[in-house]
Design a protein around this ligand. Structure first.
Ligand code: SF4
Length: 155
């Protein structure tokens, strides 16, 4: 996975170049830029000063890919997450909906497991077992926190 990550990072640098400003990106598609900013504003890490929009070097004026047959893996496997923001009417909308539902189910299941563990803790005084439960709880918490920017606390 780490190798894939490095490869994707290299692909990203190869394919994309930054817009000179957010307004320059808005000139191309105001709707999607504002949509992305609205989503990002839910995140504590949001900072408009450091926010950069990128454009693909290989897209043609008719929105076709000029290197489609040789496009890199990043393009082949995108979107990789159900939480990416796509333009309204994008063909991936249904897929994103399903992926988000899957993630929400995963988090709900994790919360149920946490409750089970909490109950289990009240029924034992075995230090070893309590330690093990703590460790499992931490792992489960991480799963929930991973989706925190998307609202997992409310799911
Ligand atoms: S598929 Fe082609 S046009 Fe789309 S991002 Fe990749 S290289 Fe650019």
């Amino acid at each position: 996975m780490a190798n894939g990550g490095n490869e994707y990072a290299q692909d990203f640098i190869k394919i994309f170049e930054p817009y000179p400003s957010i307004d320059a990106a808005r000139e191309v598609d105001k709707g999607i830029v504002d949509n992305i900013i609205t989503h990002l504003k839910n995140s504590e890490q949001y900072n408009e000063e450091t926010l950069t929009f990128y454009r693909c070097r290989y897209i043609l004026p008719n929105n076709m890919c000029s290197i489609y047959e040789e496009r890199p893996k990043l393009c082949i496997y995108c979107p990789s997450s159900g939480w990416v923001v796509v333009p309204p009417g994008c063909g991936f909308e249904a897929w994103l909906f399903l992926k988000r539902e899957e993630d929400m189910q995963k988090v709900r299941h994790a919360k149920e497991e946490l409750l089970d563990l909490k109950i289990m803790k009240t029924k034992t005084k075995d230090e070893k077992l309590l330690k093990k439960i703590d460790s499992v709880e931490k792992t489960i918490q991480k799963t929930i926190e991973m989706f925190a920017p998307h609202g997992s606390a409310e799911w």
